[in-house]
Design a protein around this ligand. Structure first.
Ligand code: LMR
Length: 330
């Protein structure tokens, strides 16, 4: 509504104003790029249902998975334009707006999902999520997926040497690219929607991802080897909304939407590990990929090889950010 006049003393209110009471009627769209049976989609559906059920039939929430509505490249712009009200991109795709979104790719930075929550719910994490205001975007919560495994068509990967010369698709971010440069592999950034075809056609030899994304997109049909227990980098999401939408909500509506966000966040965090474990079982059962589980000693070799990445990005990501991220695992 417009600011026609200052509010009168007779208690009249403009029913269209965002300051009036009553839940506003609206349709909310949520868009993301991954499959249905994933932590991100299950959490988005839980959030949608919670909002609808608590809105007295006023709010409809539509969830669009699989990049149906927007892909990696277009979802942020469409969020800014308020064509979609919530997205939850992989943070490594948000580094253009703030390099601190490289945090989930800092080598072995979080020992557990809980450590990642501690960081993103804490002071530094919140500062990063709230840093997009000048772009018209509000970062709300961190939703997890989990640690990355390595898949490829060429050979089993048990050591940094095995990666030499391989071309690998990466999600985004300077830190993830640097990980593979440090391991003498060639990183190539491609949107998630192009991943399967890129692997099938041999544009790249391999990629890194969670069990969940590997299984739900059936990457085993086009990848021969998988290395598990790697986890040098993670897939974690930033739940984002836009300011135009957020500021249009009156208090009562915002309460319902906020409760949905809290519920969705809880679901995401409950489901991430479970769905990734199930996805690993699915991969084993399908029997298409040869599985190589890194031993703790083999993992240490990767840890050592990737130490220089911290020095390289100390300034760009921020020494204070890195310190807080490391402290979350302590
Ligand atoms: C990827 O592009 O591999 C992932 O970031 C997709 C996702 O959203 O989990």
């Amino acid at each position: 509504g417009s600011s026609e006049s200052s509010s009168s003393s007779n208690g009249e209110s403009n029913s269209e104003s965002s300051s009036s009471s009553g839940i506003q009627e609206m349709t909310i769209k949520i868009s993301h790029v991954v499959a249905e049976n994933t932590p991100k989609n299950k959490a988005a559906e839980a959030m949608a249902k919670h909002i609808e059920e608590n809105s007295n039939g006023k709010i409809k929430v539509q969830v669009y998975p699989n990049g149906q509505l927007f892909d990696d490249k277009t979802e942020v712009k469409n969020l800014q334009a308020n064509n979609v009200q919530f997205i939850m991109p992989d943070m490594s795709k948000m580094v253009g707006m703030n390099p601190a979104f490289n945090v989930p790719s800092l080598p072995f930075v979080f020992s557990t999902n809980e450590a990642a929550y501690k960081f993103w719910d804490g002071e530094k994490g919140q500062e990063i999520l709230k840093s997009l205001k000048s772009e018209g975007i509000i970062g709300l919560r961190m939703w997890p997926n989990g640690p990355k495994q390595i898949t490829n068509t060429k050979r089993p990967i048990n050591s940094p040497d095995d990666l030499e010369g391989l071309k690998l698709r990466v999600q985004g971010g300077q830190v993830l690219a640097s990980i593979f440069k440090n391991l003498n592999a060639g990183p190539l950034q491609l949107p998630f929607g192009q991943l399967y075809t890129a692997l099938e056609q041999g544009t790249v030899d391999g990629q890194v991802n969670t069990f969940s994304n590997i299984a739900t997109k059936k990457l085993g049909d086009v990848q021969k080897y998988i290395t598990t227990n790697w986890g040098a980098a993670r897939v974690d999401y930033a739940l984002l909304t836009n300011q135009k939408f957020w500021n249009s909500l009156n208090e009562e509506t915002k309460k319902v939407v906020q409760a949905g966000i809290d519920h969705g966040t809880k679901k995401a965090r409950e489901l991430a590990e479970k769905l990734n474990q199930e996805a690993f079982e699915t991969i084993k059962k399908r029997g298409k990929m040869e599985i190589h589980e890194l031993t703790p000693e083999e993992r240490k070799v990767f840890q050592k090889a990737l130490q220089p990445v911290y020095e390289e990005f100390k300034d760009e990501v921020g020494a204070d950010v890195i310190k807080a991220a490391k402290a979350a695992s302590a």
